[in-house]
Design a protein around this ligand. Structure first.
Ligand SMILES: NC(=O)c1ccc[n+]([C@@H]2O[C@H](COP(=O)([O-])OP(=O)(O)OC[C@H]3O[C@@H](n4cnc5c(N)ncnc54)[C@H](OP(=O)(O)O)[C@@H]3O)[C@@H](O)[C@H]2O)c1
Length: 256
């Protein structure tokens, strides 16, 4: 089921950025950062109006229009119809796509159910693929930029996160494969690999584990979502016009 909830100004000449996971966290901060850079924003997330009202308010404050679609990125028909309705209703060119929708479901491999493994792969890896596929179709005549949200867990797998680490390792490989595949169409594909970032995803972690992790970060603190969003904005705009196929760590030195 896909619903269009907040109607953007259709006559605007501003470029358009689609952001999945825009209702909260890094996706929301990316929406604001892109609006500050002059973009109107289309947000995909599972939550409807109430889940997106704060993003809408912040994007509007930053001077952008905001449209939200209720989409489960793991469901092929949802992603397809959201793109269809976005492109036909809007009629405007899509300049940038940021894939921030993601979940964790941590546990030790020895006791992890196959369903728990699959649920994370479905959103983080299959969902990323489904969105990228439709994005490439939408941008194949005009070019554009795609930015995927990876993680330091995809660079160096974490105990207790076999599903999440595998999904983000897959995102890294997907970034490189897609970049080579679509460079000739003028589409750049890059990823940002955040370390620990102050969002709901991080706040769900055990407090003791969180405090223990901070000791290993050279900058001695977790990232603010705005700090990750600035890297997203760099890779999603012409500021990075000669960069493709790269995975940019934003991790306070964790992987240095
Ligand atoms: N926070 C960190 O420490 C951290 C570190 C490294 C990488 N990352 C990555 O950065 C990205 C954003 O993370 P975050 O911390 O901002 O997470 P978050 O605060 O938990 O927000 C997750 C976002 O993804 C959306 N989402 C989840 N499942 C979805 C689905 N099936 N279909 C559509 N939307 C869905 C949520 O929308 P709803 O409103 O519908 O729930 C929400 O907007 C993720 O890919 C994550 O893996 C985060």
């Amino acid at each position: 089921m896909v619903e269009e909830k907040i109607v953007a100004d259709q006559s605007s000449a501003r470029p358009v950025a689609l952001i999945t996971g825009a209702s909260r966290g890094i996706g929301q901060s990316s929406a604001v950062a892109m609006a500050e850079a002059g973009f109107d924003i289309v947000g995909f997330s599972q939550s409807g109006d109430s889940g997106n009202s704060e993003t809408c308010r912040l994007v509007n404050l930053a001077g952008g229009a905001y449209v939200t679609h209720k989409v489960n990125v793991a469901v092929e028909s949802d992603v397809r119809s959201a793109f269809r309705s976005l492109l036909t209703a809007n009629g405007r060119r899509l300049h940038a796509v940021v894939v921030s929708a993601g979940i964790t479901s941590d546990g030790l491999a020895a006791t992890m159910s196959a369903d728990r493994f699959d649920s994370v792969i479905a959103v983080n890896l299959r969902g990323t693929f489904l969105v990228c596929r439709e994005a490439i179709k939408a941008m194949r005549k005009t070019g554009g930029a795609i930015v995927l949200l990876s993680s330091t867990s995809g660079v160096s797998g974490q105990a207790g996160q076999v599903n999440y680490s595998a999904s983000k390792g897959g995102v890294n490989a997907m970034t490189q494969a897609l970049a080579k595949e679509v460079a000739g169409l003028g589409i750049r594909v890059n990823a940002v690999a955040p370390g620990f970032t102050e969002t709901d995803m991080f706040r769900r972690m055990d407090v003791k584990a969180r405090n223990g992790l901070i000791q290993h970060i050279p900058l001695q603190r977790v990232a603010k979502p705005e700090e990750v969003a600035r890297a997203v904005r760099f890779l999603a705009t012409e500021e990075s016009s000669y960069i493709t196929g790269q995975i940019l760590p934003v991790d306070g030195g964790l992987t240095a």
